[in-house]
Design a protein around this ligand. Structure first.
Ligand code: CTP
Length: 450
Protein backbone atom coordinates (compact mmCIF):
# COMPACT_ATOMS: atom_id res chain seq x y z
CA UNK A 1 0.00 0.00 0.00
CA UNK A 2 1.37 3.38 -1.01
CA UNK A 3 1.01 5.99 1.73
CA UNK A 4 0.84 9.75 1.07
CA UNK A 5 0.92 12.56 3.60
CA UNK A 6 0.14 16.26 3.36
CA UNK A 7 -0.27 19.11 5.84
CA UNK A 8 -2.04 22.43 6.15
CA UNK A 9 -4.13 24.77 8.25
CA UNK A 10 -7.13 24.41 5.93
CA UNK A 11 -8.67 27.55 7.35
CA UNK A 12 -11.92 28.71 5.66
CA UNK A 13 -11.83 25.59 3.51
CA UNK A 14 -11.68 26.45 -0.18
CA UNK A 15 -11.31 25.00 -3.66
CA UNK A 16 -7.49 25.08 -3.48
CA UNK A 17 -7.61 22.83 -0.43
CA UNK A 18 -10.09 20.47 -2.09
CA UNK A 19 -7.94 20.21 -5.21
CA UNK A 20 -4.71 19.46 -3.40
CA UNK A 21 -6.33 16.77 -1.25
CA UNK A 22 -7.88 15.18 -4.31
CA UNK A 23 -4.57 15.11 -6.18
CA UNK A 24 -2.64 13.96 -3.13
CA UNK A 25 -5.00 11.05 -2.67
CA UNK A 26 -4.58 10.10 -6.35
CA UNK A 27 -0.83 9.74 -5.77
CA UNK A 28 -1.28 6.67 -3.56
CA UNK A 29 -3.67 4.32 -1.79
CA UNK A 30 -3.86 5.86 1.64
CA UNK A 31 -3.86 9.61 2.43
CA UNK A 32 -2.94 11.05 5.80
CA UNK A 33 -3.69 14.73 6.34
CA UNK A 34 -2.01 16.71 9.10
CA UNK A 35 -4.06 19.66 10.32
CA UNK A 36 -2.17 22.32 12.31
CA UNK A 37 -3.11 23.39 15.82
CA UNK A 38 -3.68 27.07 16.48
CA UNK A 39 -0.74 27.06 18.88
CA UNK A 40 1.61 25.71 16.20
CA UNK A 41 0.30 28.23 13.67
CA UNK A 42 0.85 31.08 16.11
CA UNK A 43 4.41 29.97 16.75
CA UNK A 44 5.16 29.94 13.02
CA UNK A 45 3.54 33.34 12.54
CA UNK A 46 0.16 32.41 11.06
CA UNK A 47 -1.86 34.55 13.37
CA UNK A 48 -5.35 35.17 12.09
CA UNK A 49 -6.91 31.76 11.70
CA UNK A 50 -10.70 31.99 11.80
CA UNK A 51 -11.91 28.39 12.02
CA UNK A 52 -11.24 26.38 15.17
CA UNK A 53 -9.30 23.16 14.70
CA UNK A 54 -12.35 20.88 14.93
CA UNK A 55 -14.04 22.77 12.08
CA UNK A 56 -10.89 22.56 9.99
CA UNK A 57 -10.58 18.83 10.65
CA UNK A 58 -14.27 18.29 9.84
CA UNK A 59 -13.90 20.16 6.54
CA UNK A 60 -10.97 17.96 5.52
CA UNK A 61 -12.95 14.88 6.55
CA UNK A 62 -15.99 15.98 4.54
CA UNK A 63 -14.00 15.83 1.28
CA UNK A 64 -13.81 12.05 1.69
CA UNK A 65 -10.18 12.04 0.45
CA UNK A 66 -8.45 11.65 3.81
CA UNK A 67 -8.12 8.10 5.12
CA UNK A 68 -6.67 9.42 8.35
CA UNK A 69 -6.40 12.87 9.89
CA UNK A 70 -3.70 13.76 12.38
CA UNK A 71 -2.85 16.95 14.21
CA UNK A 72 0.41 18.81 13.57
CA UNK A 73 1.60 20.71 16.60
CA UNK A 74 5.37 21.06 16.51
CA UNK A 75 8.43 21.65 14.38
CA UNK A 76 10.15 18.43 13.39
CA UNK A 77 6.92 16.45 13.47
CA UNK A 78 6.97 15.81 9.72
CA UNK A 79 10.05 13.60 10.01
CA UNK A 80 8.51 11.79 12.96
CA UNK A 81 5.25 11.21 11.06
CA UNK A 82 6.99 9.97 7.91
CA UNK A 83 8.79 7.32 9.94
CA UNK A 84 5.89 6.50 12.24
CA UNK A 85 3.35 6.00 9.45
CA UNK A 86 5.76 4.53 6.85
CA UNK A 87 5.09 7.30 4.33
CA UNK A 88 6.07 6.89 0.66
CA UNK A 89 5.19 10.36 -0.62
CA UNK A 90 5.09 13.77 1.03
CA UNK A 91 2.96 16.35 -0.78
CA UNK A 92 2.56 20.11 -0.44
CA UNK A 93 1.50 22.96 -2.71
CA UNK A 94 3.96 24.75 -4.97
CA UNK A 95 4.08 27.77 -2.63
CA UNK A 96 6.38 25.59 -0.53
CA UNK A 97 8.62 24.64 -3.47
CA UNK A 98 12.04 23.45 -2.29
CA UNK A 99 11.31 24.04 1.39
CA UNK A 100 10.86 20.37 2.22
CA UNK A 101 13.57 18.87 0.02
CA UNK A 102 15.34 17.78 3.21
CA UNK A 103 12.63 15.11 3.56
CA UNK A 104 13.84 13.43 0.35
CA UNK A 105 16.16 11.25 2.41
CA UNK A 106 13.03 9.63 3.90
CA UNK A 107 10.45 9.54 1.05
CA UNK A 108 9.38 11.12 -2.26
CA UNK A 109 8.66 14.83 -2.00
CA UNK A 110 6.19 16.27 -4.49
CA UNK A 111 5.09 19.89 -4.82
CA UNK A 112 1.75 20.16 -6.61
CA UNK A 113 0.79 23.28 -8.55
CA UNK A 114 -1.34 25.57 -6.37
CA UNK A 115 -4.87 26.37 -7.52
CA UNK A 116 -4.55 29.93 -8.79
CA UNK A 117 -6.22 33.00 -7.26
CA UNK A 118 -7.46 31.54 -4.03
CA UNK A 119 -6.10 31.30 -0.52
CA UNK A 120 -7.31 31.44 3.07
CA UNK A 121 -5.60 34.81 3.38
CA UNK A 122 -7.64 36.26 0.50
CA UNK A 123 -10.88 34.89 1.95
CA UNK A 124 -10.01 36.18 5.41
CA UNK A 125 -9.40 39.62 3.97
CA UNK A 126 -12.72 39.48 2.14
CA UNK A 127 -14.89 38.35 5.00
CA UNK A 128 -13.10 40.35 7.64
CA UNK A 129 -13.07 43.99 6.74
CA UNK A 130 -9.55 45.37 6.21
CA UNK A 131 -8.87 47.50 9.26
CA UNK A 132 -7.36 50.88 8.46
CA UNK A 133 -4.95 51.74 11.22
CA UNK A 134 -3.64 55.15 12.26
CA UNK A 135 -0.40 55.54 14.18
CA UNK A 136 -0.15 58.23 16.86
CA UNK A 137 3.45 59.13 17.60
CA UNK A 138 6.26 58.45 15.17
CA UNK A 139 9.23 57.53 17.34
CA UNK A 140 11.31 54.37 17.75
CA UNK A 141 8.53 52.15 18.92
CA UNK A 142 6.08 53.25 16.22
CA UNK A 143 8.68 52.30 13.61
CA UNK A 144 9.10 48.82 15.00
CA UNK A 145 5.35 48.47 15.26
CA UNK A 146 4.48 49.57 11.73
CA UNK A 147 7.06 47.21 10.25
CA UNK A 148 5.30 44.32 11.98
CA UNK A 149 1.81 45.26 10.71
CA UNK A 150 2.95 43.93 7.33
CA UNK A 151 3.04 40.41 8.73
CA UNK A 152 -0.55 40.39 9.96
CA UNK A 153 -3.26 40.03 7.36
CA UNK A 154 -6.41 42.14 7.72
CA UNK A 155 -4.78 45.38 8.77
CA UNK A 156 -3.13 48.24 6.94
CA UNK A 157 -1.38 51.27 8.42
CA UNK A 158 -2.76 54.23 6.44
CA UNK A 159 -1.99 57.39 8.39
CA UNK A 160 0.20 58.85 11.12
CA UNK A 161 -0.36 61.70 13.55
CA UNK A 162 2.27 63.73 15.35
CA UNK A 163 2.23 67.43 16.20
CA UNK A 164 6.02 67.39 15.80
CA UNK A 165 6.30 67.83 12.10
CA UNK A 166 9.92 66.89 11.57
CA UNK A 167 9.58 63.41 13.02
CA UNK A 168 6.23 62.93 11.29
CA UNK A 169 7.54 63.90 7.84
CA UNK A 170 10.43 61.47 8.08
CA UNK A 171 8.10 58.70 9.17
CA UNK A 172 5.43 59.15 6.50
CA UNK A 173 8.02 59.45 3.76
CA UNK A 174 9.48 56.14 4.81
CA UNK A 175 6.17 54.32 5.06
CA UNK A 176 4.22 56.18 2.34
CA UNK A 177 1.16 56.90 4.44
CA UNK A 178 -0.97 60.00 5.06
CA UNK A 179 0.27 62.49 7.61
CA UNK A 180 -1.50 64.73 10.11
CA UNK A 181 0.43 67.19 12.25
CA UNK A 182 -2.69 68.95 13.47
CA UNK A 183 -6.38 68.07 13.52
CA UNK A 184 -6.37 64.83 15.50
CA UNK A 185 -10.11 64.52 14.80
CA UNK A 186 -9.56 64.71 11.02
CA UNK A 187 -6.89 62.04 11.34
CA UNK A 188 -9.36 59.86 13.25
CA UNK A 189 -11.87 60.21 10.42
CA UNK A 190 -9.55 58.34 8.02
CA UNK A 191 -9.04 55.29 10.21
CA UNK A 192 -10.94 52.45 11.89
CA UNK A 193 -8.45 51.96 14.70
CA UNK A 194 -5.44 53.66 16.25
CA UNK A 195 -2.18 52.55 17.78
CA UNK A 196 -0.93 55.10 20.29
CA UNK A 197 2.82 55.31 20.82
CA UNK A 198 3.19 58.96 21.78
CA UNK A 199 4.93 60.15 24.99
CA UNK A 200 3.41 58.58 28.12
CA UNK A 201 1.71 61.73 29.38
CA UNK A 202 -0.29 62.14 26.15
CA UNK A 203 -1.69 58.59 26.02
CA UNK A 204 -4.91 59.03 28.00
CA UNK A 205 -6.11 62.07 26.10
CA UNK A 206 -5.48 60.51 22.70
CA UNK A 207 -7.21 57.34 23.85
CA UNK A 208 -10.28 59.20 25.09
CA UNK A 209 -10.71 61.23 21.92
CA UNK A 210 -10.28 58.17 19.70
CA UNK A 211 -12.84 56.21 21.71
CA UNK A 212 -15.25 59.13 21.58
CA UNK A 213 -14.91 59.08 17.80
CA UNK A 214 -15.85 55.38 17.85
CA UNK A 215 -12.37 54.06 16.98
CA UNK A 216 -10.73 50.93 18.34
CA UNK A 217 -7.62 51.69 20.37
CA UNK A 218 -4.39 49.86 21.06
CA UNK A 219 -2.34 52.01 23.43
CA UNK A 220 1.25 51.60 24.54
CA UNK A 221 1.82 51.11 28.24
CA UNK A 222 1.24 52.83 30.60
CA UNK A 223 -2.13 53.81 29.17
CA UNK A 224 -3.04 56.07 32.09
CA UNK A 225 -1.53 57.34 35.34
CA UNK A 226 -4.60 56.94 37.50
CA UNK A 227 -7.01 54.21 38.48
CA UNK A 228 -10.08 56.36 37.79
CA UNK A 229 -8.90 57.36 34.35
CA UNK A 230 -8.39 53.70 33.42
CA UNK A 231 -11.86 52.80 34.74
CA UNK A 232 -13.41 55.66 32.76
CA UNK A 233 -11.63 54.77 29.52
CA UNK A 234 -12.66 51.11 29.63
CA UNK A 235 -16.24 52.20 30.42
CA UNK A 236 -16.17 54.59 27.47
CA UNK A 237 -14.90 51.85 25.16
CA UNK A 238 -17.73 49.60 26.30
CA UNK A 239 -20.30 52.31 25.82
CA UNK A 240 -19.02 53.02 22.30
CA UNK A 241 -18.81 49.31 21.45
CA UNK A 242 -15.14 49.46 20.48
CA UNK A 243 -12.01 47.63 21.54
CA UNK A 244 -9.58 49.16 24.00
CA UNK A 245 -6.38 47.23 24.55
CA UNK A 246 -3.20 48.10 26.45
CA UNK A 247 -0.09 47.20 24.49
CA UNK A 248 1.82 45.03 26.90
CA UNK A 249 3.42 42.80 24.30
CA UNK A 250 4.52 40.05 26.66
CA UNK A 251 0.90 39.20 27.41
CA UNK A 252 0.19 38.11 23.85
CA UNK A 253 3.15 35.81 23.19
CA UNK A 254 2.57 32.04 22.94
CA UNK A 255 5.40 31.33 25.40
CA UNK A 256 3.83 33.50 28.06
CA UNK A 257 0.56 31.58 27.75
CA UNK A 258 2.50 28.37 28.28
CA UNK A 259 4.34 29.78 31.28
CA UNK A 260 1.01 30.76 32.86
CA UNK A 261 -0.28 27.24 32.29
CA UNK A 262 2.74 25.65 33.95
CA UNK A 263 2.49 28.12 36.84
CA UNK A 264 -1.13 27.19 37.50
CA UNK A 265 -1.46 23.52 36.60
CA UNK A 266 0.19 22.15 39.72
CA UNK A 267 3.62 21.37 38.22
CA UNK A 268 5.37 23.61 40.75
CA UNK A 269 2.74 23.15 43.45
CA UNK A 270 1.23 26.21 45.08
CA UNK A 271 2.83 29.48 43.99
CA UNK A 272 4.33 31.28 47.02
CA UNK A 273 6.53 33.95 45.53
CA UNK A 274 7.13 35.76 42.24
CA UNK A 275 10.15 37.89 41.43
CA UNK A 276 10.08 39.78 38.16
CA UNK A 277 13.01 41.96 37.19
CA UNK A 278 13.55 44.21 34.13
CA UNK A 279 16.47 46.63 33.93
CA UNK A 280 18.06 48.54 31.09
CA UNK A 281 20.97 50.94 30.83
CA UNK A 282 19.54 53.23 28.18
CA UNK A 283 20.90 56.34 26.52
CA UNK A 284 21.22 59.09 29.18
CA UNK A 285 19.37 61.49 26.87
CA UNK A 286 16.48 59.12 26.16
CA UNK A 287 13.03 59.94 27.51
CA UNK A 288 13.01 57.05 29.99
CA UNK A 289 16.38 58.09 31.43
CA UNK A 290 15.77 61.85 31.57
CA UNK A 291 12.07 62.65 32.02
CA UNK A 292 11.69 63.01 35.79
CA UNK A 293 7.94 63.39 35.63
CA UNK A 294 6.83 60.69 33.20
CA UNK A 295 9.91 58.59 32.52
CA UNK A 296 12.09 56.45 34.77
CA UNK A 297 12.36 52.75 35.47
CA UNK A 298 8.91 51.90 36.74
CA UNK A 299 6.98 53.93 34.17
CA UNK A 300 8.97 52.34 31.39
CA UNK A 301 9.19 48.72 32.47
CA UNK A 302 6.74 48.29 35.36
CA UNK A 303 3.90 47.00 33.16
CA UNK A 304 6.05 44.03 32.20
CA UNK A 305 7.02 43.14 35.75
CA UNK A 306 3.48 43.56 37.10
CA UNK A 307 2.05 41.36 34.36
CA UNK A 308 3.11 37.88 35.60
CA UNK A 309 2.32 38.90 39.19
CA UNK A 310 -1.26 39.89 38.42
CA UNK A 311 -1.81 37.04 35.96
CA UNK A 312 -0.66 34.38 38.41
CA UNK A 313 -1.56 35.75 41.85
CA UNK A 314 -4.56 37.85 40.85
CA UNK A 315 -5.54 41.38 41.78
CA UNK A 316 -6.55 40.95 45.42
CA UNK A 317 -3.29 41.73 47.17
CA UNK A 318 -3.48 42.86 50.79
CA UNK A 319 -0.50 45.19 50.94
CA UNK A 320 1.62 47.11 48.50
CA UNK A 321 4.95 48.78 49.19
CA UNK A 322 6.85 50.90 46.70
CA UNK A 323 10.46 52.03 47.15
CA UNK A 324 12.57 53.90 44.64
CA UNK A 325 16.09 55.18 44.35
CA UNK A 326 16.21 58.43 42.43
CA UNK A 327 19.03 59.55 40.17
CA UNK A 328 20.48 63.09 40.16
CA UNK A 329 17.97 64.18 37.55
CA UNK A 330 15.02 62.97 39.64
CA UNK A 331 14.05 59.85 37.65
CA UNK A 332 13.70 56.59 39.57
CA UNK A 333 16.77 54.64 38.51
CA UNK A 334 15.52 51.64 40.45
CA UNK A 335 12.08 50.81 41.83
CA UNK A 336 11.00 47.86 43.90
CA UNK A 337 7.30 47.13 44.31
CA UNK A 338 6.41 44.49 46.89
CA UNK A 339 3.02 42.81 47.13
CA UNK A 340 1.67 40.77 50.01
CA UNK A 341 -1.13 38.39 49.08
CA UNK A 342 -2.98 36.21 51.64
CA UNK A 343 -0.68 33.26 50.88
CA UNK A 344 2.00 34.62 48.60
CA UNK A 345 4.50 37.41 48.09
CA UNK A 346 5.67 39.13 44.93
CA UNK A 347 8.32 41.64 43.92
CA UNK A 348 8.63 43.76 40.82
CA UNK A 349 12.07 45.26 40.22
CA UNK A 350 12.74 47.76 37.47
CA UNK A 351 15.91 49.65 36.65
CA UNK A 352 16.76 52.46 34.22
CA UNK A 353 20.38 53.22 34.99
CA UNK A 354 20.86 50.22 37.28
CA UNK A 355 21.66 46.77 35.91
CA UNK A 356 20.59 43.50 37.49
CA UNK A 357 19.76 39.94 36.47
CA UNK A 358 16.58 40.38 34.43
CA UNK A 359 14.81 37.21 35.31
CA UNK A 360 11.38 35.96 36.27
CA UNK A 361 11.28 33.40 39.07
CA UNK A 362 8.04 31.81 40.21
CA UNK A 363 8.51 29.80 43.38
CA UNK A 364 6.14 27.01 44.32
CA UNK A 365 5.83 24.30 46.93
CA UNK A 366 7.08 21.60 44.51
CA UNK A 367 9.52 23.52 42.33
CA UNK A 368 10.08 26.80 40.54
CA UNK A 369 9.89 28.33 37.10
CA UNK A 370 12.79 30.39 35.87
CA UNK A 371 12.70 32.48 32.72
CA UNK A 372 15.82 34.40 31.82
CA UNK A 373 16.09 37.83 30.29
CA UNK A 374 14.41 38.76 28.02
CA UNK A 375 11.54 36.87 29.64
CA UNK A 376 9.17 39.63 28.46
CA UNK A 377 9.91 38.32 24.95
CA UNK A 378 9.72 34.76 26.12
CA UNK A 379 10.98 31.93 23.94
CA UNK A 380 11.90 29.43 26.63
CA UNK A 381 11.81 28.77 30.35
CA UNK A 382 12.84 26.03 32.77
CA UNK A 383 11.10 24.28 35.61
CA UNK A 384 13.47 23.16 38.36
CA UNK A 385 12.97 21.03 41.44
CA UNK A 386 14.73 20.05 44.67
CA UNK A 387 16.75 17.52 42.68
CA UNK A 388 18.99 19.82 40.65
CA UNK A 389 19.42 17.09 38.01
CA UNK A 390 15.76 17.32 37.03
CA UNK A 391 15.01 20.25 34.73
CA UNK A 392 11.98 20.52 32.44
CA UNK A 393 12.90 22.79 29.57
CA UNK A 394 10.07 24.50 27.65
CA UNK A 395 10.63 26.15 24.29
CA UNK A 396 7.78 28.11 22.77
CA UNK A 397 9.15 30.22 20.01
CA UNK A 398 7.56 33.08 18.10
CA UNK A 399 8.34 34.77 14.83
CA UNK A 400 9.67 38.31 14.41
CA UNK A 401 12.04 40.12 16.73
CA UNK A 402 9.87 41.88 19.21
CA UNK A 403 6.51 40.18 19.37
CA UNK A 404 4.48 43.08 18.01
CA UNK A 405 2.67 40.95 15.47
CA UNK A 406 1.08 38.82 18.20
CA UNK A 407 -0.28 41.93 19.88
CA UNK A 408 -1.56 43.27 16.55
CA UNK A 409 -3.18 39.91 15.74
CA UNK A 410 -4.92 39.90 19.13
CA UNK A 411 -6.18 43.43 18.50
CA UNK A 412 -7.66 42.31 15.17
CA UNK A 413 -9.22 39.20 16.68
CA UNK A 414 -10.98 41.43 19.20
CA UNK A 415 -12.07 43.96 16.60
CA UNK A 416 -13.41 41.23 14.32
CA UNK A 417 -15.00 39.35 17.20
CA UNK A 418 -13.36 36.12 16.02
CA UNK A 419 -11.72 35.33 19.36
CA UNK A 420 -13.10 34.21 22.67
CA UNK A 421 -12.84 36.11 25.90
CA UNK A 422 -10.47 38.81 26.83
CA UNK A 423 -8.25 36.57 28.92
CA UNK A 424 -4.75 37.53 27.79
CA UNK A 425 -4.93 40.97 29.40
CA UNK A 426 -8.26 41.90 30.89
CA UNK A 427 -9.58 45.41 31.50
CA UNK A 428 -9.47 44.64 35.24
CA UNK A 429 -5.77 43.73 35.03
CA UNK A 430 -4.98 46.84 33.05
CA UNK A 431 -6.93 48.97 35.57
CA UNK A 432 -5.09 47.32 38.47
CA UNK A 433 -1.79 48.30 36.83
CA UNK A 434 -2.97 51.92 36.54
CA UNK A 435 -3.70 51.84 40.27
CA UNK A 436 -0.11 50.85 41.04
CA UNK A 437 1.19 53.49 38.62
CA UNK A 438 -0.90 56.11 40.45
CA UNK A 439 0.49 55.07 43.80
CA UNK A 440 4.02 55.05 42.41
CA UNK A 441 3.61 58.57 41.01
CA UNK A 442 2.31 59.89 44.33
CA UNK A 443 5.26 58.43 46.19
CA UNK A 444 7.80 59.60 43.63
CA UNK A 445 6.37 63.12 43.63
CA UNK A 446 6.78 63.27 47.40
CA UNK A 447 10.30 61.95 47.10
CA UNK A 448 11.18 64.43 44.36
CA UNK A 449 9.65 67.28 46.32
CA UNK A 450 7.47 68.61 43.50
N1 CTP B 1 -3.12 25.17 -1.52
C1 CTP B 1 -3.27 25.00 -2.90
N2 CTP B 1 -3.88 25.99 -3.64
C2 CTP B 1 -4.32 27.11 -3.06
C3 CTP B 1 -4.19 27.29 -1.66
C4 CTP B 1 -3.58 26.29 -0.92
O1 CTP B 1 -2.86 24.01 -3.46
N3 CTP B 1 -4.87 28.05 -3.80
C5 CTP B 1 -2.45 24.14 -0.74
C6 CTP B 1 -1.20 24.65 -0.03
O2 CTP B 1 -0.10 24.72 -0.92
C7 CTP B 1 -1.01 23.60 1.05
C8 CTP B 1 -2.47 23.20 1.38
O3 CTP B 1 -3.28 23.69 0.30
O4 CTP B 1 -0.34 22.48 0.52
C9 CTP B 1 -2.93 23.79 2.68
O5 CTP B 1 -2.65 25.16 2.61
P1 CTP B 1 -3.00 26.25 3.68
O6 CTP B 1 -1.77 26.97 4.06
O7 CTP B 1 -3.86 25.71 4.72
O8 CTP B 1 -3.94 27.22 2.75
P2 CTP B 1 -3.67 28.65 2.15
O9 CTP B 1 -4.89 29.05 1.40
O10 CTP B 1 -2.38 28.71 1.40
O11 CTP B 1 -3.57 29.49 3.50
P3 CTP B 1 -2.94 30.90 3.84
O12 CTP B 1 -3.49 31.89 2.88
O13 CTP B 1 -3.38 31.14 5.25
O14 CTP B 1 -1.44 30.74 3.72
Amino acid sequence: MKKVITYGSFDLFHEGHYNILKRAKALGDYLIVGVTTEHFDRMRGKLNLVDPIMTRIQNVKDTGFADEIIVEDHDGQKIEDIQKYGIDTFVLGSDWFGKFDYLKQYCNVIYLERTPNISSTVIRNNILRLIKLGIVGTGRIARRFIAETKFVSGVEAVAAYNPEKESLDKFVREYAIYSFSSGYESFLKCVDAVYIASPNETHADYVRRALQAGKHVLCEKPMTFTYQEAVDLYALAKQKGVVLMEGIRAAYLPGFQQLLTVASNGTIGKVCDIEACFTRLGEPTSREMSDARYGGAFMEYGSYTLLPIFKILGLDYEELRIDSILGNNGIDVFTKVQFKYPNALATSKTGAGVKSEGQLVIAGTKGYIIAQSPWWLIRSFDVRYEDANVVDHHEVSFVGNDGFRYEIAEFLVKINGTGGHDYKLTAEESIAMAKVVEEFMNIRREQQGF
